[in-house]
Design a protein around this ligand. Structure first.
Ligand SMILES: *Cc1c(COP(=O)(O)O)cnc(C)c1O
Length: 222
């Protein structure tokens, strides 16, 4: 007998979010970390193909087991020694937070004769623990980007402070949007990845064009 305890992805919410995003010309990365393949397949069968993961091992296993036309986004902190495990298939790496990592991705992409799409992760929160570059470091990396011709820096990713203060979150997202606008023409940037379940509506109003949403679609994680 089939177990009744396995949970279901919330397809109604998925479709509501997707139609809301259309108005902003933004796209969704469904964050499937910790979730089993059968729940990911429910979302895929509802017509959604972009998924986000934050552990390399979990991502590579899922990528091998699930349909080959899924688009995988790496949204976690990436260690240089694991880069080569994901470059063969990754659609977009959201969290570049050092030149060392950028250089390693370039090296691996060159070996595979391809370009790998990346976002610089910009530190915008008032919290100690989050990874990312400050604005000055990001500008310096953009100046050196021609040293890394096999990496395509498409834009920025940022995570706001985990707070109930709408004002605070808005201030952080608006700050990143302004920074993005000041550099986008010169550097050909088009992607601004901001917003998760708790703050994606704020992020959309602050200029985000990719939101990364997990728990609203898949339920809370253990
Ligand atoms: C887990 C995660 C998300 C999704 O978080 P939810 O609150 O479940 O929507 C988004 N971005 C990053 C970087 C994450 O690690």
């Amino acid at each position: 007998m089939k177990s009744e305890t396995s949970s279901m992805a919330d397809i109604k919410t998925l479709l509501e979010i997707k139609s809301e995003l259309k108005r902003y010309q933004a796209t969704l990365v469904a964050v499937s970390k910790t979730k089993p393949n059968d729940e990911i397949m429910q979302v895929y069968q509802a017509g959604h193909k972009s998924f986000g993961e934050n552990y390399v091992q979990e991502l590579t296993t899922k990528q091998q087991e699930l349909p080959s036309d899924m688009e995988w986004h790496y949204i976690g902190h990436l260690q240089s020694n694991k880069v080569k495990l994901i470059t063969p298939f990754i659609h977009l790496i959201h969290g570049i937070d050092s030149e060392k990592l950028l250089s390693e991705i370039n090296k691996q992409a060159l070996r595979e004769s391809k370009k790998v799409n990346c976002l610089l992760q910009i530190y915008i929160a008032e919290e100690e623990s989050k990874f990312g570059l400050d604005k000055r470091e990001a500008e310096e990396l953009l100046i050196k980007k021609n040293n890394y011709p096999n990496v395509n820096i498409k834009g920025f990713m940022g995570m706001a402070t985990n707070t109930d203060s709408h004002k605070q979150i808005e201030k952080e997202f608006n700050g990143l949007h302004t920074f993005f606008n000041s550099l986008k023409e010169e550097n050909n940037l088009s992607v601004l990845s901001m917003g998760m379940t708790s703050d994606y509506k704020i992020a959309l109003n602050c200029g985000s064009n990719i939101v990364r949403i997990g728990s609203a679609i898949f339920g809370s994680r253990k």
